[in-house]
Write a protein that binds this ligand. Sequence first.
Ligand SMILES: Nc1ncnc2c1ncn2[C@@H]1O[C@H](COP(=O)(O)OP(=O)(O)O)[C@@H](O)[C@H]1O
Ligand SMILES: [Mg+2]
Length: 218
Amino acid sequence: MLKAVSLYKQYDRQPILCDVSLTVADGEFLSIMGESGSGKSTFLNILAGNLPPDRGQVLLDGVEISALGDAGLAKLRRTSLGFVYQSLNLIPTLNGADNILLPLYLDRGDLREGRERMQELSARLGISHLLSSMPQNMSGGERQRVAIARAMIHTPSVLMLDEPTGSLDSHSTAEVMELLRMLNRENGVTVIQVTHSERAARYGTRILELSDGRVSER
Ligand SMILES: Nc1ncnc2c1ncn2[C@@H]1O[C@H](COP(=O)(O)OP(=O)(O)O)[C@@H](O)[C@H]1O
Ligand SMILES: [Mg+2]
């Protein structure tokens, strides 16, 4: 269970989150909507421990992630939480396989086991044919799927994505959303996505609207 308690964040004395509280149960697929600049990315990064709130707490399975140091956060990334940035952060000089395995290279994980997981995941996500391709030769939807595979390489219980379909056409949007739905339903992964696409948001089992620093259920 992910729990946010009274999160407050401001930039340049402009409040972005005004005491926002939220509980996300295991197995939910949550869509967070809001206009551009409403604070969606800020909110998601605080939920992921990437950004400290000015006040408030984030707890994942009872552990306060908003108070973890670098080592604690690194461990969280290896065990419980996958994150897909809006920019994806694929390394242009690495092929699909090595991009997916990057988290294991970085923290010296078990590569043999990792390669097996990478093959399984790639088959599930329909990207086995992309493992030897370079990111520049992939379509936007293909890159997004490779980035999702990378975020899933440690089999996290929670997967967070910032605008996963922001640059995709409607066909690729549906493909990526179907994959998230499959991971959510069949693998039991809790999915939290930020989106301004109504079509993408509707894949969620729950939709929140962020506006004027507050969230409301829809
Ligand atoms: N690092 C930062 N420094 C100053 N202002 C920021 C920073 N990050 C975001 N902001 C401001 O906070 C507001 C919310 O940004 P953001 O969370 O990126 O919104 P969204 O993802 O909904 O478009 C915007 O007005 C943005 O300019
Ligand atoms: Mg954003």
